[in-house]
Design a protein around this ligand. Structure first.
Ligand SMILES: Cc1cc2nc3c(=O)[nH]c(=O)nc-3n(C[C@H](O)[C@H](O)[C@H](O)COP(=O)(O)O)c2cc1C
Length: 420
């Protein structure tokens, strides 16, 4: 089973060599959306728990400066540091906020008030349109930020990055003791129009932190202007979005996952998280490996939970035979470092790691399965940092050759490498 778009955007040894990707850096879009026409802002203040909760969803944690350019890194990793995901939220009956729609203005570490609710709200986009007292955090993607570099394959990265954003939400909700449910099933087209997105930006998912009330919300009357700059249209991505909008036979999962991190250290972890650029090929402990697996595979609460498998190339784990594993079972014994590196488009990260994971699915619900892979990736990132080992997401891999080695007909969604 494979989604048509996924098939068409596979990397292979030949495709990489036959169509080299030349980038025009002068066309790179900004990674920061700013609603200049709105002036009502709340500067996020580190003394407020609720402000801190918002900041950890995607705030800036580092600045990189190179001659003539600077860019920001955030609580989220992002393929190529392109950050295609934008964060909006609705607030209802929360102290310190007017009821309304806000945009997380990452550049200015603040939130901008875009619209005042007046008996209406985004709940009208949900089947069970009960008013939510609390937060509804909405995630969209401006796909050109990614397709500018990754071309047609860019939609995959948008979905993974959005999954990472949901993972950051899970982490921040855990830190500030909020229960959070992820939802993929809502009228995204209606909301895309209300937010004035045109064809350039679209919603992918949301997280609900709040209590459903008895009153129903029937309408949403907001009409924002499109403020996205010029972009280059990608028809394949727009079609892939449309073709994967309708979710089929979704199974909801409402099992709450308990985490038991030392909260102060976990908070530091969120701020310190970075992608490792180079591994030393050293071993990690079996306990670290098992903890990463256990946390990665804990249930994710959502209204469309898709099965994602975690294949593991165990390269260097103390007390474990090297080999390829699935669900704790060794499928093939052997030293597959070279193969793992090759599958990751010959990146040393896949070869020199202690473990290289590949996440796969046979799900028909492409958007939710892909975002779940990003959530799992985010858990692996945070846990690695917490355990003082390194991690990097790997979105570039040879699809069919990896599949053949894993002996699976599932789609390969993501690679993630950990080690020291
Ligand atoms: C979906 C995704 C795919 C990525 N793919 C690669 C990759 O193939 N190779 C690589 O070296 N880094 C990869 N990265 C790491 C990013 O380059 C990194 O997250 C980004 O530069 C931001 O840096 P930070 O994670 O240290 O904040 C990926 C990250 C994500 C989230």
């Amino acid at each position: 089973m494979s989604f048509d778009y996924h098939q068409k955007t596979k990397h292979s040894y030949e495709s990489i060599r036959n169509s080299p990707n030349h980038l025009d850096w002068s066309l790179q879009p900004s990674a920061l959306k700013i609603y200049n026409q709105f002036e009502d802002i709340i500067k996020l203040d580190g003394k407020s728990d609720i402000h801190n909760f918002i900041y950890r969803l995607g705030g800036i944690t580092a600045k990189k400066t190179y001659p003539g350019t600077e860019y920001f890194l955030r609580t989220l990793p992002s393929a190529g540091a392109l950050f295609p995901v934008e964060i909006y939220f609705q607030v209802r009956e929360v102290k310190g906020f007017k009821d309304g729609i806000y945009h997380f203005d990452v550049a200015n570490s603040s939130v901008k008030f875009l619209y005042a609710l007046d008996g209406d709200g985004v709940e009208s986009a949900f089947n069970d349109n009960r008013a939510v007292k609390g937060f509804i955090i909405l995630y969209s993607t401006i796909y050109y930020r990614s397709s500018w570099k990754y071309k047609d394959r860019g939609f995959r990265y948008c979905l993974l990055d959005c999954g990472h954003a949901l993972g950051a939400l899970e982490a921040s909700a855990y830190l500030y003791n909020h229960a959070c449910v992820i939802r993929y099933q809502f009228d995204k087209i209606m909301l895309n129009k209300a937010f004035g997105f045109g064809d350039q930006e679209f919603f992918l998912s949301c997280g609900i932190l709040g209590i459903p009330k008895t009153d129903r919300i029937e309408t949403f009357n907001m009409h924002l202007e499109d403020i996205n700059p010029q972009f280059e249209r990608n028809e394949m991505i727009e079609m892939a979005y449309q073709d994967s909008l309708d979710l089929i036979s979704c199974k909801s999962k409402y099992t709450f996952s308990e985490f038991s991190f030392h909260k102060e250290i976990f908070e530091e972890t969120i701020f310190k998280r970075r992608s490792i650029r180079e591994f030393t090929t050293s071993t990690i402990t079996k306990a670290s490996y098992e903890t990463v697996l256990e946390i990665a595979l804990k249930p994710v609460m959502s209204d469309c939970d898709e099965e994602v498998q975690l294949y593991c190339f165990v390269n260097a784990v103390e007390g474990m035979e090297r080999g390829l594993y699935l669900n704790g079972k060794c499928l093939k014994e052997g030293d597959f470092r070279q193969k793992a590196g090759y599958f990751c488009l010959e990146q040393a990260l896949g070869r020199e790691s202690a473990v290289t994971f590949f996440l796969t699915t046979r799900s028909q619900n492409y958007q939710s399965a892909y975002q779940k892979a990003g959530i799992i990736g985010h858990r692996i990132y945070l846990l690695s940092e917490y355990l003082k080992i390194g991690c990097s997401g790997i979105g570039a891999y040879y699809d069919d050759e990896t599949k053949a080695f894993l002996q699976t007909d599932e789609m390969i969604l993501y690679g993630v490498a950990i080690g020291t």
